[in-house]
Design a protein around this ligand. Structure first.
Ligand code: SF4
Length: 318
């Protein structure tokens, strides 16, 4: 995946909202990139733009997106049909909404397999069963005839992962795929995704606001704030040696076991209105280290740790 200078603007009743603002990143073959940040920072829009899933009448997209050497923005409807579910598959947050309630799990996976491989119905059903077994659904043969409402949340999410994998995608886009699950099921599903991603050698972009989930599954992390990427690096560097004040504040406000009895430092204030972005650094109003320069100019990306980058004037003027 090669995303260059991507900007996504939504035309809203209140004006133009810049949901993704000059974002660039790449994802190498077999790598998992985590997009993290608060709600509304542009993570999910960035992901949907990779699938060209945004409403064209109300959206302006600029910049380049190449996946597996192909320009996604230039694809016509037929090419997009092959790309979605073929080269690239998506796992959504809520399988209850993503799966079709009036078709069985077997019909939904089987249809995707037939659509992309042209195999027979019987072969597609066998492949659907094998996929359910891969994602550790017990009694996979009989589960093929279940409707989504006949399965638990965890089983539905596994079925959706099976659906996403049905055509051997090279890239999986996961939008908070475990947020709707309880904690024990969440870790089971995460381990399944990680194991399949490694075994099948797929690349993945994983959106989450949960730093624990990011630590579990990602190789590299891109931290987003107000539509921009403010820090990137390996998961170890970003989570253990954060360089950007926003990443530092995000980590300081995250709960973990060793913090029992201590007070959590929340981040004061709220992210800016995307229809009225301030000049300079968008984090300025909430940043305890802000300087005069932060109000006038957007900070450039500066190299930090091993191959990472962070966009903060403190790094440009050490
Ligand atoms: Fe804070 Fe300035 Fe760095 Fe923005 S550029 S994070 S306001 S110090």
């Amino acid at each position: 995946v090669d995303v260059r200078d991507r900007t996504v603007r939504f035309h809203t009743a209140r004006g133009e909202a810049v949901a993704v603002n000059h974002v660039s990143f790449d994802v190498r073959s077999g790598e998992v990139l985590g997009l993290i940040g608060e709600s509304g920072c542009g993570k999910s829009v960035t992901l949907r733009a990779l699938m060209k899933l945004l409403p064209p009448a109300r959206t302006t997209i600029t910049g380049g997106v190449q996946v597996d050497g192909r320009d996604v923005l230039a694809m016509n409807e037929r090419e997009l049909g092959d790309y979605r579910g073929g080269t690239t598959a998506m796992i959504f947050q809520d399988p209850a909404l993503a799966l079709d309630p009036v078709y069985t799990i077997g019909q939904q996976i089987g249809e995707a397999v037939q659509r992309h491989t042209g195999c027979s119905k019987a072969q597609a059903r066998d492949r659907a069963q094998a996929l359910l077994e891969q994602v550790k659904v017990p009694s996979a043969r009989s589960r093929l005839d279940n409707y989504p409402h006949e399965m638990s949340g965890g089983m539905r999410q596994r079925a959706m992962i099976a659906l996403a994998l049905s055509c051997n995608p090279k890239l999986v886009l996961a939008d908070e795929p475990t947020t709707a699950l309880d904690a024990t099921v969440q870790i089971q599903v995460l381990l399944i995704i990680r194991e399949l991603q490694q075994r099948l050698g797929m690349s993945a972009v994983f959106v989450t606001h949960d730093l624990g989930v990011a630590a579990e599954i990602c190789d590299r992390i891109a931290v987003m704030y107000a539509g921009r990427i403010v820090e990137t690096g390996t998961v170890g560097d970003v989570l253990q040696r954060p360089q950007h004040p926003y990443t530092q504040a995000l980590l300081a406000s995250t709960i973990h076991g060793s913090m029992r009895g201590t007070r959590i430092d929340g981040i004061p204030g709220a992210p800016p209105d995307l229809t009225r972005l301030p000049a300079g650094c968008a984090f300025r109003e909430r940043c305890s280290k802000a300087m005069a320069q932060c109000a006038s100019e957007v900070p450039p990306h500066m190299p930090v740790h091993d191959g990472g980058q962070a966009a903060c004037w403190l790094l440009a003027n050490p």
